[in-house]
Design a protein around this ligand. Structure first.
Ligand SMILES: [Zn+2]
Length: 332
């Protein structure tokens, strides 16, 4: 009870414009999923924060969560950058796992810019923005930075306590707004070729496996793997990327492939359709067919319907999917 009062005080402090809400996840192990779910709607009712860089109220509840990195060394730098650039996000997740809310949840934040995912455009109007404090990327080697296959740049890792906080926050946001896992995306996926955040080092698999945050396909070997790989042509993979929601500029599929790789298949992030990426995309299709999202209670019905249409344009190439997806056999 005392802790709830304490948090309530923080909320009041935020409301009168002194400090943003501060939740320290490591302060108290009882700060669980349930706790965050209770806290988030409480604070969402607050207004009048000192941080004024945000837009109108949402027209309808946001249905997408967009993850970012701040490209700063610390939280203070991030806040300065927000003020200087006129940008914002609903939450900032610090390196030590602290979660700070800076924009009321019923207002739009300025985080996505020119953006597109599936049929959604200008995503500020339909998404919650989460900024993760991280230096981003460097063009040259620097202490602590990591390079991945197929990419000449250097990336800075996310500490485990920060990944944990992102996982808890994403889980709570999905529960609060009924955001399906397939709508938890990185800025790099909705602004193809323009943005690279939060990059390939955020552990999206851990977010899914440990915190039910987002969606992540299996990495197990695929039965009859070669059958898929021998039949499908490049256009088929592009079509699958499009069903996921990627909308690259005309013909620039390598941008979509690279974005997919950074999120789902970071063994090679070259933007080339390498075998590992093809397998991951096949797994995505197979797994999304059997995945019922725990927050919405639904399957990804638009993906499934459109995939079935796609299959019937070239059933001979998509034949291996018929063995794995029962509803295709039924010709539904
Ligand atoms: Zn961003």
């Amino acid at each position: 009870m005392f802790r709830l009062l304490l948090i309530a005080c923080f909320c009041v402090v935020q409301a009168i414009g002194m400090q943003p809400l501060l939740l320290s996840l490591d302060e108290d192990p009882r700060i669980t999923q349930k706790f965050l779910q209770q806290i988030i709607p409480e604070c969402a009712r607050l207004d009048g924060s000192s941080f004024r860089t945000y837009g109108d109220r949402f027209d309808r509840p946001p249905c997408i969560a967009v993850l970012h990195y701040t490209e700063t060394r610390n939280r203070g730098g991030a806040m300065e950058a927000f003020r200087d650039n006129g940008t914002s996000a609903h939450y900032v997740v610090d390196q030590d796992g602290d979660i700070i809310q800076i924009v009321p949840l019923h207002h739009r934040a300025f985080h996505a810019g020119v953006s597109r995912f599936g049929d959604h455009t200008s995503l500020n109007g339909c998404s919650i923005g989460v900024e993760i404090v991280n230096r981003g990327l460097a063009e040259h080697e620097e202490p602590g930075a990591v390079q991945l296959l197929g990419d000449g740049r250097w990336w800075f890792p996310f500490p485990p306590e920060q990944t944990r906080a992102v996982g808890l926050l994403v889980q709570a946001l999905q529960a609060r707004f009924r955001i399906p896992g397939w709508n938890v995306v990185g800025h790099m996926e909705i602004a193809l070729g323009r943005k690279s955040d939060p990059g390939p080092l955020l552990d999206y698999r851990t977010l899914f496996v440990d915190y039910h945050g987002g969606f992540f396909p299996s990495e197990d070997p695929i039965v009859n793997r070669m059958e898929f790989l021998e039949r499908l042509v490049e256009d088929d993979y592009h079509a699958i990327l499009s069903l996921i929601g990627y909308r690259p500029p005309e013909g620039q599929w390598s941008l979509a492939i690279k974005a997919y790789q950074m999120h789902f298949s970071r063994g090679n992030i070259s933007g080339e359709l390498v075998e590992e990426t093809k397998e991951s995309l096949i797994h995505f299709v197979l797994d999304i067919h059997s995945y019922r999202d725990p927050y919405t209670g639904t399957r990804h019905t638009s993906f499934i319907a459109e995939f079935h249409t796609l299959v019937w344009t070239a059933p001979e190439r998509f034949d291996p999917f018929f063995q794995h997806i029962p509803s295709l056999q039924a010709g539904e």
